[in-house]
Ligand binder design. Sequence first.
Ligand SMILES: NC(=O)c1ccc[n+]([C@@H]2O[C@H](COP(=O)([O-])OP(=O)(O)OC[C@H]3O[C@@H](n4cnc5c(N)ncnc54)[C@H](O)[C@@H]3O)[C@@H](O)[C@H]2O)c1
Length: 413
Amino acid sequence: MSVRNICCIGAGYVGGPSCSVIAYKCPDITVSVVDLSQQRIDQWNSDNLPIFEPGLDEIVKSVRGKNLFFSTDIDKSIQEADLIFICVNTPTKSYGLGKGRAADLKYIESAARMIANVSCVSKIVVEKSTVPVKAAESIKQTPEGLVAIKALSDVYHRWVPEENIVTMNTWSSELSKLAANAFLAQRISSINAMSAVCEATGADVSEVAHAIGKDSRIGNKFLKASVGFGGSCFQKDVLNLVYLCECLNLPEVININDFQRRRFANRIIECLFNTVTNKKIAIFGFAFKKDTAIYVASYLIEEGAQIRIYDPKVDRAQIFSELTHPAVCNNPDRVEELVTICDDPYRAAEETHAVVVCTEWDEFVTYDYKRLYENMLKPAFLFDGRVILNHQSLMDIGFHVETIGKRLARNNE
Ligand SMILES: NC(=O)c1ccc[n+]([C@@H]2O[C@H](COP(=O)([O-])OP(=O)(O)OC[C@H]3O[C@@H](n4cnc5c(N)ncnc54)[C@H](O)[C@@H]3O)[C@@H](O)[C@H]2O)c1
């Protein structure tokens, strides 16, 4: 069978971009991305898309209204579709059995029920959300599955080389996504563990990563030390896998990541003469996937620091909603009291004791750091949590610079 009409349930980080690309690559297929949230859909239909990915703006704007549609009319979109992607969120459960570890499947189930309720003919249903193994049992597999797999492969085949389209049994595919994220998280935690050894010994983690990355068995990707992994997926997927299979001995990965975030925040406190209470600290970067800023900011808020956050891509409401999420905060009033969101990096850094770089936005590299320095309190500290700045030139300006996985020799030491 050939697919003519696709419905994507869930207009989030996964559904929005991936279905925009499908619409772009397949002009003869009508793609509607639907969501319960009117606000999300309005954003997708506006000039300011809810998600930033390089190239996404151009792709969406070139096909939106032609064969790509964003809407809240879920029933109609399901009825019209031959193929339905389920791209709803599967957060870590915050209640009941498996609280804090298992994936919450209530959104998946509600999407599956909506499909069952409104469909009058057979549909191909694709589980794209990350789920524990056997989750598809609630969606139901049928003997026609092979036809469905072929129809889906044919869609991707328009632009993805055949050898990159991997087919396998449903349980393997569910486990592969969790396993991939667990392995990636493990790798980040390994290099981060090394960064602690480097700081204690005088080795430089970038040099170590470069050297070991030359070994083709190790490879050079995903070997950059940082403040720890962020984003919505690694933490929740590893927890989910751990819950699913305690015997894989994976909890350490989470522990190392918490350790790394806590270690970086502790370093900030230590450098600022062991107290940050009432001290102003600017955080540059709060973006999705790189959002360890949430944890660093929370630790500093716990210590009573006044935080000013600047991120060129994330809006005020999102920052507050993430910082006051029950998983990271038990006192939202304190967040309101201590956090200010700034729309200009120079204003954010004014009169602060320290600037902390938490994400890798290109613009952070090109700032006029001399100007920043002049308007900060002295000694002015710069914590480069992503190892992206030119440390020597910052030290020449007068900054006290701290970074991950390396001890920097200061001019006056
Ligand atoms: N974010 C990533 O980079 C990434 C990568 C791979 C896989 N995943 C997985 O994909 C899934 C989706 O992730 P995301 O980051 O896009 O989530 P998200 O929270 O950004 O988006 C999910 C959307 O689904 C909507 N939704 C929930 N229930 C619905 C329903 N019944 N009907 C219609 N809409 C509904 C929500 O309103 C929300 O807008 C998760 O399982 C995640 O683990 C995410």
